[in-house]
Design a protein around this ligand. Structure first.
Ligand SMILES: NC(=O)c1ccc[n+]([C@@H]2O[C@H](COP(=O)([O-])OP(=O)(O)OC[C@H]3O[C@@H](n4cnc5c(N)ncnc54)[C@H](O)[C@@H]3O)[C@@H](O)[C@H]2O)c1
Length: 266
């Protein structure tokens, strides 16, 4: 018996990193997963992995920045799979390098628009169109990817940080609004997790690791290592499952002890 037997789960940004680990974990626990991603091939590859393990999944090309693309995803899910029980809003981008051009007083306007457009507006749109489908299936859960970068300030985070802080607040607002439908809405805030979003800062295309930069990122963690995507997936599945039936409107921090120690500006 899996916690998601008979349930249909959409994971946005399922092709890579944390989303991929979550898609695999949802399927391992009996969920039928809609692996939605901007990158068609990445979505197809996670579906292959799930099916190889004996799970159920389908790939869907999605751009969360495009309203029509989201409407199409929700319609196709209900039409083809009959219901929607969980929306995992994972898709997100960071974009800015840790350079002076990423400072808020120098950040190109189009970068701010893109980051906030994908991370915050895209997440809101997906939630907006999923909410009626979740209600039709009896309630279900929305689980949103925030970040510790949305809980404390950090340099060069002028677009990403506010987009993630906005997600924490949208989570509270939608939890209030959707409670009457039986829908729980929560978010989680990971620290530095070993995905390309983070490894790009210390790993070159040739696989060479800049140990100094890596240690700066690891050094913010009380546990002395980066977080594995599967460890974030454990928190996501908890929030999406009936194990969290009394939890709504909250933010679960998954940061290897960063905030307890000294924040992300090590
Ligand atoms: N890695 C970390 O340290 C970390 C920390 C805190 C929060 N997060 C958040 O977790 C989420 C996943 O991050 P990750 O590290 O796995 O990143 P990643 O870059 O490995 O994966 C992100 C996925 O989202 C997809 N995506 C990007 N734009 C999209 C769009 N417009 N529509 C649909 N899909 C899109 C990408 O194709 C990719 O498959 C993000 O929201 C990120 O902000 C990550």
């Amino acid at each position: 018996m899996g916690r998601f037997d008979g349930r249909v789960v959409i994971v946005t940004g399922a092709g890579n990193g944390i989303g991929r680990a979550c898609a695999v974990a949802f399927a391992n626990e009996g969920g039928t997963v809609v692996a939605a991603d901007l990158e068609k091939d990445s979505a197809a590859s996670v579906v292959e992995e799930i099916e190889r393990n004996g799970g159920r999944a389908r790939a869907h090309q999605l751009d969360v920045a495009d309203e029509a693309s989201i409407v199409e995803l929700i319609e196709a899910t209900e039409r083809d799979l009959g219901r929607l029980d969980v929306l995992h809003n994972n898709a997100g981008i960071h974009e800015t390098q840790l350079t002076a051009e990423a400072r808020s007083d120098q950040l190109p306007t189009e970068v701010w628009d893109r980051v906030v457009g994908v991370n915050l507006r895209g997440l809101w749109l997906a939630s907006k169109f999923a909410a009626p489908a979740l209600a039709r299936a009896g309630g279900g859960a929305i689980v949103n990817a925030a970040s510790i970068g949305g809980l404390v300030g950090y340099p060069m985070g002028g677009a990403y940080g506010p987009s993630k802080a906005g997600i924490v607040q949208l989570t509270r607002v939608m939890a209030l609004e959707l409670a009457a439908n039986g829908t729980r809405v929560n978010c989680y805030a990971p620290g530095n997790t070993e995905t390309r979003m983070v490894t790009q800062y210390f790993e070159g295309d040739d696989g060479q690791v800049d140990e100094m930069v890596k240690q700066q990122l690891v050094g913010t963690h009380l546990l002395g290592r980066l977080i594995r995507p599967e460890e974030v997936a454990s928190a996501v599945l908890f929030l999406a499952s009936d194990d969290a039936s009394a939890i709504t409107g909250t933010c679960l921090v998954v940061d290897a002890g960063t905030l307890a120690w000294r924040g992300i500006n090590a």
